[in-house]
Design a binder for this molecule. Sequence first.
Ligand SMILES: Nc1ncnc2c1ncn2[C@@H]1O[C@H](COP(=O)(O)OP(=O)(O)O)[C@@H](O)[C@H]1O
Ligand SMILES: [Mg+2]
Length: 414
Amino acid sequence: MTRVIIYSGKGGTGKTTISAATATMLAGMGRRTLVLSSDPAHSLADALGAEISRDRVTLIAPCLYGLEIDTIYEWRQNLSGFQQFVTSTYSNRGVERSTAAELANQPGLDEILALQRVMSEAQSGRWDAIVLDTAPTGNTLRLLAYPELIIGGDAGKKFFRVYRGLANVARPFRRDLPEDRFFDEVSTLLERMEQLANFLLSPEVSLRLVLNPEKLPLMETRRAYTFINLYGLMLDAVMVNKILPRRADLGPYFDYWVKLQQGYLDDIDGSFAPTPIFRTVLQEGEPIGIAALDAIAHATFGETDPGGMLFDERPIWLDQWNDEGEPGLFDLCLRLPFLNEDEAVDIARDGTDLTVTVGRIQRTFALPRILYDCTLGNHRYEDGVLRLEFYETSDGRRSERTPEPADNMRVEAA
Ligand SMILES: Nc1ncnc2c1ncn2[C@@H]1O[C@H](COP(=O)(O)OP(=O)(O)O)[C@@H](O)[C@H]1O
Ligand SMILES: [Mg+2]
C-alpha cells in the first residue's frame, strides 16, 4: 500500500520545503517516493534544485521522483467539455470570453484534479510513498469533505441527473443545451470525487499542517485543525517551521522576536496536543537542494520515521441530537483521556474561538461553523470525553436575520 502524506498550510510557511525534505529523507531510506506539487508557482523544482517535468514523473535522485502537476493539462484531459459549456453559457449571457473562461475554473477544482492525480498514482502501485505539496489556498480542504458542493450539493446532483434526461429530449429544439460530453465529464468528475473522498479517509492517507510561530498562521491552522478532525480526515502531525534559534550571539534585536515566538510555540502546543508537533529551525540560508533538504528533514524528524502514521486518533468531533426539523442540539466532543474527574474545567468562548482550560492545560481552537450561532450550555465528562453542549436558540440571532436566498440555503444545507 502506498503511504500518502499531504502537506497543507498558508503560503510562505514552508510547505514546499518541508514536503521536499520529507520526500528526500524517505527516498534516502530506500523507499520509492514521489513528491508532487499542485502549486501553479512550481516551486518544488526550485526547492529541490532540479528540473521537474510537468507531464512526466521525473527522476531526481535515487528513489526520489518529482512531478509538478500541470492543472491546465489535467483540465484538458478531464474537463474540456465541461469548461467549454460553462464558458459558452457565460459568454452567451454577455460575459466576455476570457472572463467566462476564468469563471469556468471553479475555485478548488484545480486542487481536486491534483488530488485525483495523487489518487491514481497511489493506486498504480508504483510507489512506497507519495508526498503532496498543496497550493496555498485556505478553502481547498473544505471541498474534500463536500465534493457535491461543486455542482450544488445532493440537490444539485439529482438536478443534474434529471437535467441530463431532459437535455437529451430537448436538444433537437434548443441549441444552447450542453453536449453529451459535458454530462459525461461531470458524471465522471462526481464519481471520481466520491472515490476521492473515500480515498482521503483511507488509513494510509494523512494530512500535516505547516505553520510558523506567528499569529495569523496559528489562527488559520486552528480552523483547519477543527475542520480536519470534524470531518474525519487524519491529521498525523503539525509542523512548526522557521523557528528562531536560541543563540546568545543574536543580540537584543532578536530577543524580542525569540520571546514572541516562544509565546506562540506554547500556544501551538496547547492548541494541537496530543497530535505530534515537529519543530524546524530557521536555517542560515535557504534550504535548497537535496543535501540541505535531507539535513533539515533529519533535524526535524530525528529518529521518527517521516513515513509513519504518526498519530491516528480523532480528538474532536460533533454529535448531533436534535430530531429532524427541531432546533439543533449538539455535543462538541473533545477526547481528553487523562482528565481527573474532580479537576476544574473552565470554558470560555470568544467569538468563534473556544478556550477550554482543564487544570493547568489550556486549549484554544476554532468552533465549527455550524456552532457559530449556537449558545454554549453545560458540559460533562464521560468515558474520557469532554462533551460541551451547544443549542440553537429560537429567539437568537438566527431569527433576527433576514432569510437567506433559497439558493444559498440549499447549498448550506447540503
Ligand atoms: N526552515 C527554514 N529555514 C530557512 N529558510 C526556509 C525554511 N523553510 C522555508 N524557507 C524558505 O522560505 C521560503 C518559503 O518557503 P516555501 O517552502 O516555498 O513555502 P510555501 O511552499 O509554504 O510557500 C523559501 O525561500 C524557502 O527556501
Ligand atoms: Mg509552496
